[in-house]
Every structure is written in structure tokens, then in C-alpha cells.
Ligand binder design. Sequence first.
Ligand code: KIV
Length: 285
Amino acid sequence: MSTMSDKITVPEIRSRKGGPKVTMVTAYDYPTAVIADNAGVDIILVGDSVANVVHGMDTTLEIGIDEIVLHTRAVNRAKPEALVVADMPWLSFHVSQEDTIRNAGRLVQEGGAEAVKLEGGRKRVPFIEAILDAEIPVMGHVGLTPQSVHAMGGFKVQGKMVEAAKEMIADAKALADAGCFSIVIEGVPDVLGEIISKEVDVPTIGIGAGPGTDGQVLVFHDVLGLGSGRYPKFVRSYAHLADDAVKALKTFRGDVESGLFPGNAESYHVSDEVVAELLKGTQSD
Ligand code: KIV
């Protein structure tokens, strides 16, 4: 829980180029935000990955600004010390600058986000500038950008060929020059993650981009093993909570069926006199 002085701010993250490394994790609701904040992460990302992870959708293209606002509000109620960054979903920053500012503004004004993140390179710069002009800090996102799934022909590692890698370096530089305070690099060869991190003067936060970035981000449910069990290569699960949850619920079911739950400790009681009266009443006929 934040007492404003402990709050991690955008300028603090911006100053972390060269270390200490930045840790970011997604959270989509109040309890996961509390857990992430108690773990001391620097940034909580209300990612549009909520589409897949929580809503069971196939792609992030199906989630809209209303849902991200709702999830951001839930996260914000945890009053985290971590910086809260909300993802701008697909089509919320593609139509017009006015529309883009309004959508970013909703994430801040209604959701309580302290910054927004959006996917894409140079062609998104005018929209980034418009958001920055409204005093909203922006985190960039290059590489495997899931909102471009159809354009990429699937969720494929990006920047494997020299030309594509050079384009991505130019994109990342343009985002930094436009004023992004940090940049996510997703799904690229480790060498490219390292080169981009050297080329831009803002902290880079990698996911499937090797160890050479200024920070790392993972999806909450992946870190804790709360997902389907099929995780991408770049994930490390530090717990297996889905397995633990199934075990716990099976035990609960067994206890219900055998009558072991609820027990004396989990039941409400009245005085012996009241019990006696109640039993008399029911035994009369
Ligand atoms: O939506 C998300 O979770 C993300 C991270 C993978 C960076 O964008």
C-alpha cells in the first residue's frame, strides 16, 4: 500500500537506465495487484494480455478500452507503490489523435493509471506525441507486438533478419526520441534486445528478448503457474499455483462428499438452552 512518498514514479523508472534493473509484472484486478505490490515489483502493467489470460480470448484484438479501464480501476484500488501502466488496446490509438487522447485520458482519469503503453514503431509517433502533449507518460512496445498478429502471420519471433532488425532499432530510437520513458521489447533474438538497449537512452523492458535489456516483464499468471500449463519458451514459472489450486479444490470436494466439511470450527453455535428449545419444538409431532 502506498504512502505517497514510497510511490514509484515515471521519472524514477526513467532514471533506471544502466540499473538497477526494472521488474514489471502484469496484474488485472485487486488481489493480483496486492500480491504484485507486496512482492515489491517496480511496475504493474494492466496489459491487454488480460484478453487471453483472464477472458480466454484468442487474441488481444478482442478487448476494448472499456474493459481495460475497468481492470485498471480494480488494480488501482490496491493503491500500489508500484507504477501503474495501462495498455492501450487495439483501435484505441489508431483512429485519430483526438480519439487517442480521449482513450489515454480515460485510462488515467477513470482507471487511475499513471502512464499508458502502446504497441508499434515510427508510424505511431504522432499518436505518442499527442498523448505526451496531454501530460500522460507513454511506454513504447516493439518487436513481437501481439496486436499485429495478423500482419505478422502469427505470434512469431521478430527481427531475425538483418533488415528487420535494423528497422526495429530505428523504431525503438524514434520512440525514445519522441519521449517514451521506457520501451518494452518483446519476442526478439537476445542479441537484438541487447543492441536496442544500448542504442536507446531510456530503460528497455524485455519479454523474450534475452538478458541484455534494462528490465524484464512477465505475465502474472505465467510467473505463478496459474495458466494452462503451456507457456512460451521465454517464461519461467516460479510456482505451480494452478496445480495447487486443483489439489485444494479436490480435497474440498472430498470433504463435502464425506461430510468432513464443515466441521465444528466452521459452524455457528447457540447456547445449550436454545438448542434444547429448538429440539423440543421439532420433536413435538
Ligand atoms: O499485455 C501484456 O501483457 C504486455 C506484456 C507482454 C508486455 O504487453
